[in-house]
Structure formats: C-alpha cells, structure tokens
Ligand binder design. Structure first.
Ligand code: GLY
Length: 371
C-alpha cells in the first residue's frame, strides 16, 4: 500500500500531522498507538458512517491494543445540538475515560464538530483525533480546531477552539460518497485556490475530472487543500486576521442557507459556498476591484464540475434582497453591524473588506435576484 502524505500543522507544542491517502482507517490503530501509547478511546460516529466504517475502525484499533467504545449519534445537522452533546458527554463519562484518553471523530463535519466540542469540554479537555469521512470534512472542518454546536440563535454559535492531535484523511472512503456531497466538498477545495493559490485553481481547472475519479490526483488535491488550510491556521489560529479569508463565499452562502431554511434538499453548505464564491467574484468586479473575466472563469469552472453558481440555480423561491441583507447582518462574521466580506482583486488575490456599504450589496442582490 502507498504511504500516506503527511501535512504538518505548526502550532508550537500543539502541532499535529494530517495523514492523507487510501486505507488509513485500516492503519488507524497503528498510527494512534504509535503517537499516543497506552490510551483508551471513544469513537463518536453517526449511524450511516458506522454502517460503512465502524467495524474496520474498531478492528484496526483493537489490533494495536487500543480499547475503544463506540458512541453512535443520529445522522444529520440536528445532532449538532445540546441534546446530542449531552448524550455524547454521558457516553464518554460512562466509559470512564480520563483526560489523557482520546475522542475519535469518525464522520463528516457534524460528527467532527460535535465530538471535538465534547473532547474540548469533558474533563476540561481530552485528546482528540479526527477521522473525516466526507470531502468537506477532509479539506476543511477536520483541520484547524474549530468545534461547536448550533442553537436556536444560529449555527456554530457555541463551541471552543480545540485542536486535534492527529487527522487521518482516508481518501478511499470518498469512493462511496454521493456525487452531490463530493461536489459540495469540492467547492471548499477550490476555495483555497481562489483565496491565495492561483496555481492550484489552474491545476483544478485542468485536473478536476481526475480528482473526481479518485487515485493520485485526489490525494494531491486534498493535500494541497490541507496544506493551504494548515498555513492559514498556523498564521492565525483564533481568526484575528487571515483566517477570515477562509470565509470566502460564506457571507452570501450562509445567507442563502438561511433563506432556504437549511433545507438540504434545496441547498447544502458547499453549494451555498459555490454560489457565494461566484457572487463574491462578480461583486468584486462590480466594485471595479477585479476583472469580470475572473468572475467568468470562476463561474465556468464551478459550473463545469456541476456546482450551482447563481441564485437562480437554487430550486424554489427566494426572499427579496432586503431579507437577504438581514440574513447577512445576522451572520456571526458581521462586526458591529458593518458588512464584512471577503472580496478579491482576481483569482487567488482575496482580501477581507470591512465596512462594505449595505446599499451596494442591496443593489447587487436585486440585480442577481432578477436574473
Ligand atoms: N471553516 C473555516 C475555518 O476553519 O476557519
């Protein structure tokens, strides 16, 4: 079997490795036991992921002498709340795990955020290992230590920064991912090219079919994405500056998710980000910050892979521009009422723009809602 690629996240004494490659669930036990000898663990997963991968994970841990108990939650965003958090915490305490033991998140973004939050608060912080099973989780949510749950007030409003000690991104598990979910993760991957890696974006334009097919191109793309994220997190772990660039496409995207009542039949997060990135480039061109050719190029690539790029690509009716603006100003990335956007001077030349005038956003939204 080919050796996995290692990407390091440099955070002083909290530095850790991301291993990327096929077959990593099978060697999880060896990787965990080598780094954290003598630990016990709880595997937090959801029922869907458990059906595919839990037995292999448990067998791998057992073969390396790591005792692990499974805590299985219901699949879906609803599990990212206080009720399920309480169940997970109870499961960890019932298993009598100590602070030096580990919580292993086996699943997508919901499981990673939930399990990471539990690991961050039980016994004032336990060890944490991410085994992301969706593309979105492999290239974004499993790296960087953001954990948390949703409340009635909004998404991800309660949580802690709690870095994992190891991330195992098994690229083979993505073979069984539904096409729509893979594409949604791809949007977050393309985002790194658009933020500050124009060569990576150009590489994706040439190689996206091979990335979708699997094999070396997929490993390479995930490696580049994780490297990009690791660099940003190492520079700005707590989002005091540069890390906000990772929100490219997210202000429009989150507003769209709210406007579609978080109904995944209509829109999933990565699709909102895809439309949001296309709109951020179009809006930047409208403000004469970037060439419209770049916006065309972004739209062309995202459309080519089958992602939505326009508000009219969302099935069902959407609210008016004023309502969109309200959703945007409720987004947690809005500081003291001023609209903060990630805008761009061109492909790979994104920047954080504070105090973007609401009137310009409104006019832009009105035009796009008419299209
Ligand atoms: N997903 C954005 C971040 O990790 O900062």
């Amino acid at each position: 079997m080919t050796a996995p690629v290692t990407v390091g996240v440099s955070l002083g004494d909290r530095s850790y490795d991301i291993l990327i490659g096929p077959g990593l669930i099978g060697r999880a036990g060896a990787e965990v036991a080598r780094r954290l000898p003598g630990i016990r663990a709880a595997i937090v997963t959801d029922a869907n992921v458990a059906a595919h991968h839990l037995a292999a994970m448990q067998a791998s841990l057992a073969a390396s002498g790591v005792e692990a108990q499974a805590i299985t939650v219901a699949p879906g965003e609803k599990s990212k709340g206080f009720d399920t958090l309480q169940d997970v915490v109870a499961g960890i305490l019932d298993a009598r795990l100590e602070r030096g033991d580990a919580i292993i998140a086996l699943g997508g973004g919901v499981v990673g955020d939930l399990a990471g939050f539990a690991a961050g608060i039980v016994r004032r912080g336990m060890r944490f290992i991410q085994v992301p099973t969706s593309l979105l989780a492999q290239v974004d949510s499993s790296v960087g230590g953001k954990t948390g749950i949703n409340t009635a007030h909004g998404k991800n409003l309660v949580g802690v920064f709690h870095q994992p000690q190891l991330v195992l991104a098994d690229t083979e598990v993505l073979d069984t991912l539904p096409g729509r979910e893979f594409r949604a993760g791809y949007a977050e991957m393309a985002k790194y090219g658009l933020i500050d890696r124009p060569d990576f974006f150009a590489w994706l334009e040439q190689n996206w079919q091979a990335v979708f097919a699997g094999g070396d191109a997929r490993v390479e793309a995930i490696t580049q994405a994780c490297r990009a994220k690791a660099d940003v997190v190492a520079r700005d772990e707590r989002e005091a500056g540069d890390r906000a660039l990772l929100n490219l496409g997210h202000t429009f995207g989150h507003a769209l998710e709210a406007a579609t009542s978080y109904d995944s039949a209509r829109l999933v997060h990565g699709e909102g980000v895809s439309i949001g990135m296309a709109l951020a480039h179009r809006f930047s061109a409208r403000l004469n910050l970037a060439s419209p050719d770049d916006a065309d190029r972004v739209e062309a690539h995202l459309s080519a892979v089958g992602l939505p790029t326009k508000l009219s690509d969302v099935p069902g009716g959407l609210p008016g521009a004023e309502q969109f603006l309200t959703y945007m100003s409720q987004d947690k990335k809005v500081a003291r009422g001023a609209l903060t956007f990630v805008l761009t001077h061109g492909i790979g030349r994104s920047f954080v723009a504070k105090d973007v005038p609401a009137s310009q956003v409104l006019t832009f939204l009105e035009e796009n809602l008419r299209q």
